[in-house]
Design a protein around this ligand. Structure first.
Ligand SMILES: [Zn+2]
Length: 244
């Protein structure tokens, strides 16, 4: 069973190709799923879709079209007759960089939007769906009438312009709960996890997160807030796109 390697290595933009072997192939109703001896593909989760990519033995190429992390990382492969002969041999895995980079940018923008919503209006991020074209975040407010989408867009874009460092490290739960830049409810993170992977946007936000991120906010580029919709009492669904 392989662990999600991206948590420590290749966690962001331009992940490098890596060598691996296929340990196991499972034919399921929903497709062909492979377990690798090691992997840096991002498995879908936390509102962020999976990495795509390829596995190659130099002759044949398998396409990775989905990755899931439940019970060990498994890679959904487009069916190819060569799968059997590619088991157990050295392969080169290549993560689709364009897709990964776009998702890193969208996802890090979500950290900024969640931070600004919390800072200005006490907004809690209660859900999100990161996508390549248009991402949505659900925010819950005590008083949602105070929310101002122009102000949100402007503040996020100022943080983008400031090109603030974004970095990853591991921190103890006891330290995190005392830091005011940690905006998420730490009670929602399973109690048995003491050492958490944390993403820091310098001076703005500290967030336990397993996703993929850019290295500085300037790499996100300017964002544009789109449609705002009501999602029930006190809740708003905010959509945004990236300006390339
Ligand atoms: Zn994140």
């Amino acid at each position: 069973m392989s662990e999600p390697g991206h948590l420590k290595l290749h966690p962001g933009l331009n992940p490098e190709p890596f060598s691996c072997t296929i340990d196991d192939v499972e034919e399921a109703e929903d497709g062909t799923w492979a377990t690798l001896d090691r992997t840096f593909f991002y498995p879908s989760g936390g509102g962020q879709p999976a990495d795509h990519g390829t596995l190659s033995d130099g002759v044949n190429e398998l396409r990775v079209v989905n990755v899931t992390g439940k019970g060990g990382v498994r890679h959904q492969l487009e069916y190819c007759e060569a799968i059997d002969e590619m088991r157990g041999v050295d392969l080169q895995a290549t993560i689709d960089i364009e897709r990964r980079n776009e998702l890193c940018r969208m996802h890090t923008a979500q950290h900024l939007i969640s931070a600004v919503a919390d800072e200005f209006w006490g907004g809690r991020t209660v859900g999100n769906q990161i996508r390549l074209d248009c991402t949505r975040i659900d925010l819950g407010f005590e008083n949602r009438d105070l929310f101002d989408s122009d102000m949100l867009q402007q503040s996020v874009n100022e943080y983008v312009k400031a090109d603030l460092p974004v970095f990853m490290d591991f921190q103890e739960r006891g330290v995190l709960v005392q830091n005011p830049l940690v905006r998420v409810n730490m009670d929602l993170i399973p109690k048995h996890i003491d050492n958490l992977r944390v993403i820091t946007i310098e001076g703005v936000d500290i967030c336990p997160c397993a996703g993929t991120h850019v290295e500085s906010t300037g790499q996100i580029g300017q964002i544009e807030i789109g449609r705002i919709r009501s999602k029930g009492a006190g809740k708003l669904r905010v959509e945004y796109t990236l300006n390339d």
